[in-house]
Each structure stands twice: as C-alpha cells, then as structure tokens.
Ligand binder design. Structure first.
Ligand SMILES: O=c1ccn([C@@H]2O[C@H](COP(=O)(O)O)[C@@H](O)[C@H]2O)c(=O)[nH]1
Length: 307
C-alpha cells in the first residue's frame, strides 16, 4: 500500500494529506440545513451535513492531493450516525482515487487488536460471504501495549496490502511527559522508533515499509533524529498549520530521495473559510477556500524542499 501512496505523491508532486476532522462549527449553515431538512435537527441530520461538507471539500481538492486522513473521533462524537458518515467519507474518498488514512489510534491486547485490524483494514467472512467493514488503506496505531498489540495489525497489513502509522513522537505540547522519558539512556520515542524500524522489515513494499511512524511537525529536531533511525519507514507528520508547523520546519522529515514523509493539515484546510486570510471566499464557497489553502500549503512545502 505504501507503494500506491508513493505513486500518488509522485504523480501529483504532493507530499501532503488533508485531514477530514469535521466539527459542527466548521460546517456552513447551508450544508447543515440540508441535513436538518432531511433528518431533522438530530444526530442523523448532523451526520448527513458532515458527509456533504467532506464531499464538497474532497470534490474541490482531490486532484491536488494523494490522500485524506479522516479523524474517527470527530465522527464518533455523533454516535452511530457519525460513524456512518465516517464510513461514507472513506468510500467516497476512495472513489475519487484518494488513499485513506483512518486516524483511529487503536492498539490493545492481541485479541482486541486483531478485531480492530479486521474491522479497519481487513475482512470478515460470514456464511461464505466476505465483508470489508471500514476498509481504510492505512490506520494510526498506538504502540503502548508493545509487540503483541502490534502484531495482529502487521498480519492484516501483509494479508490485505494495507499499512499503519505507529505513534512515535506526537505533536501535542505534553507529548514529552512520557515520550521523552529516558530509558537506558535513550528517550522512549527512540525505543519506539527502533521497534517501528524492525517491525517494518516484516512489511516491506518496495523501498519503504507499510509500517510507518507518526512524528509531530512541532518537534523538527526530533523529526531529524527519527528520520535517521527509520530510513525505510514513512513518517506521517501532523501539526502543520493550526498547531504551528511550517514547511521550513519539515525538510528533515524527508529522505534524500525526496520521499519518506507526508504532512497533514486538518483545521488549516477544512476550516480555511473561517480564516481572515481566506475571508474573500465567504461561507458559501468554503470548499474554494480549502482548495486555496491546499495550494498555499503545497507552495510552502515544495518551496522548503526545493531549497
Ligand atoms: O501527534 C499527533 C497525532 C495525530 N494528530 C492528529 O492530526 C490532526 C491534526 O489536526 P490539525 O487541525 O491540523 O491540528 C488531528 O486529527 C489529530 O488528531 C495530531 O495532531 N498529532
């Protein structure tokens, strides 16, 4: 699957991913009203609006980007109706030729990880009929439970040509509370990165592994260090835009081949219409504002890489 992602990154010259993290406050009135007219002022009405909001954004940016990253929490907050909107978003993005990274941050004891892996990346057979429940292309995984929490995901990645990004150093301000702790003289994130490199060897797909890492754009020096420890693992880099990351900070997350990292922006793209910078587009043209924000992000990232 990483091969497919790389092919799309190269074809579009676009190492970025748009995060689909819908929040009620980002959804324009006209879209909300469509949902409410169909399903009333209910969770189902909001879920319909979320899907329509995502669809309009995808329609306006899919030619510029290789992938989207729907964040499951933003859908789960609306219960089963929200989960349905997540599912519809995944399938619509795939219809438009995009790779889908489900940001689900799962990981548990082996038997439970196996169920997560089946549900999100794999398939399940019921009386001779096979179903692929969520069918994302990649997911994000929390490594806190160690190898037996990761192995079921690896198994399904290999059997279904899928991939995962393992949390190594997250972008949030307090990520250091645990992740920077020294163990045997090395920060915990280095231990996890070394594990990602070795787990990744079991999952190679061309020059890169289907097992990648999540490293926040907000820690560029750590990104540089981790790039060296995981030469064959793609790095998913959240933290651009709304969390303060900029193109210039991100150069060292990439390998010399110009590959190896994919930068995410969620609020910075999907809520661009609410920023002063894009106010000319107005609420009705929110997806045009998102397109312009993607173009600006691409200029920033490409410009930084070209230097
Ligand atoms: O370390 C991490 C891991 C995941 N995320 C997720 O990425 C997006 C970021 O959203 P922005 O609006 O671009 O800040 C969001 O889904 C997070 O859950 C992260 O930010 N940091």
């Amino acid at each position: 699957m990483i091969k497919q992602l790389i092919e799309k990154i190269e074809t579009k010259d676009s190492p970025i991913v748009v995060g689909l993290d819908p929040q009620l406050k980002f959804i324009p009135e006209r879209i909300l009203n469509i949902g409410f007219e169909q399903f009333g002022e209910t969770l189902a009405g909001v879920a319909e609006a979320i899907f329509l909001f995502n669809k309009e954004i995808i329609d306006n940016v899919y030619d510029l980007i290789p992938a989207v990253k729907p964040q499951s929490a933003m859908y789960e907050q609306f219960g089963s109706a929200g989960v349905k909107a997540f599912e519809r978003t995944v399938s619509y993005a795939k219809e438009k030729g995009l790779v889908v990274i489900g940001d689900i941050k799962r990981g548990d004891i082996g038997s439970t990880s196996e169920a997560y892996a089946i549900g999100h990346l794999g398939s399940i057979t019921i009386k001779n009929k096979t179903f692929k429940p969520f069918d994302e292309d990649f997911i994000t995984v929390n490594p806190y439970l160690g190898s037996d929490g990761i192995n079921p995901f690896t198994k399904v990645c290999n059997s279904h040509n899928k991939g995962m990004f393992v949390l190594v150093k997250t972008s949030n301000p307090s990520s250091g509370e645990f992740q920077d702790r020294l163990i045997d003289g090395k920060p915990l994130y280095v231990h996890v990165a070394e594990k990602v490199a070795s787990w990744g060897e079991e999952c190679m797909d061309g020059d890169y592994s289907n097992i990648g890492a999540v490293v926040g754009a907000t820690y560029p020096e750590i990104g540089k260090e981790l790039r060296k420890i995981m030469p064959n693992n793609y790095i998913l880099v959240p933290g651009y835009g709304a969390q303060g990351g900029k193109g210039a900070d991100l150069v060292n997350f990439f390998n010399k081949d110009g590959l190896g990292a994919i930068i995410n922006s969620s609020r910075g793209i999907i809520a661009a219409w609410q920023q002063e910078k894009y106010s000319e587009f107005g609420e009705d043209n929110f997806a045009d504002a998102s397109r312009k924000a993607v173009v600006d992000m691409l200029d920033d990232v490409r410009g930084a890489l070209a230097k």
